[in-house]
Design a protein around this ligand. Structure first.
Ligand SMILES: [Zn+2]
Length: 264
């Protein structure tokens, strides 16, 4: 597997230059809080220096929100105690309209890509950063429109919270709208880099926690952390199979997998 050291959500031109100098092999600038012209200007500058030394650049368009934008810590505890199908229904009301409003505009995306020269586009396509369970759908129509408008590999941030397969949705009683899709489907229609940091972090914590609960008298840190590592590894293995990047590539996923330029 080719592996890169990637700067995620780089905050400025300066930080990107510092990371390039420090040895990072893939950069990102997140100018989603800036007006479009400023986002284009800074992303283009970063592309110029990164491309001079052969590094790829990812940039963000639209705004991928985080779950904390919509629910407080107490509300999250309450939500988590409910069945996932219910969580999705509540979130559809609480966050749905805002998530839709923040999605990347395909017309702007074309201008953004042409004006910057970026290698991959972190486009807001309906996901939410930092969700604790995989239950939330992506917007199929927006992924298809953005892919058509840009012809670039798309990056899906906030993928930890995205429902993985139709079978998972059915099992959890989550109903998908006709314009929505699962993570498995998203990698077949243009998502080429999938960010799942929250899920990996939670798998690690759960593995370590379970090991500690089993043996509270344990004093050796390694005996608690290693099961955490193993649990994160198993999750990543499952994701790699789902995304078609484990060598077991079939059908349409082969297209997406062949376009993967870098992975986190
Ligand atoms: Zn992100």
């Amino acid at each position: 597997m080719p592996v890169v050291l990637h700067l995620d959500h780089g905050t400025s031109f300066l930080q990107n230059v510092q990371c390039l100098h420090a040895g990072f092999t893939s950069l990102m600038y997140d100018g989603s809080a800036e007006p479009l012209d400023k986002n284009i200007e800074i992303s283009a500058k970063i592309c110029e220096i990164a491309h001079a030394v052969g590094l790829p650049v990812e940039a963000e368009l639209g705004k991928i929100p985080k779950i904390e934008d919509y629910v407080s810590a107490e509300e999250a505890d309450d939500l988590r105690s409910r069945p996932e199908s219910e969580q999705v229904e509540i979130l559809r009301e609480k966050a749905g309209p805002s998530v839709e409003e923040l999605m990347a505009d395909p017309n702007q995306a074309q201008r953004f890509v042409q004006g910057t020269g970026i290698d991959s586009l972190a486009a807001a396509v309906g996901s939410i950063h930092g969700m604790w369970a995989d239950s939330w759908p992506l917007r199929r129509d927006r992924i298809e429109e953005l892919r058509k408008a840009t012809n670039l590999p798309l990056v899906c941030h906030g993928s930890s919270g995205v429902i993985r397969t139709r079978a998972d949705a059915q099992e959890k009683g989550i109903e998908l709208m006709p314009n929505e899709c699962t993570l498995e489907e998203a990698v077949q229609i243009g998502i080429c880099k999938v960010n799942v940091a929250t899920a990996v972090s939670m798998a690690f914590l759960k593995g370590a926690w379970d090991a500690w609960q089993e043996r509270l008298t344990e004093k050796d840190l390694r005996k608690i952390l290693l099961p955490g590592l193993q649990s994160a590894k198993e999750l990543v293995r499952g994701y790699m199979r789902l995304f078609g990047c484990s060598g077991r590539v079939a059908g349409a996923s082969a297209v997406a997998a062949s376009e993967v330029k870098h992975a986190e």
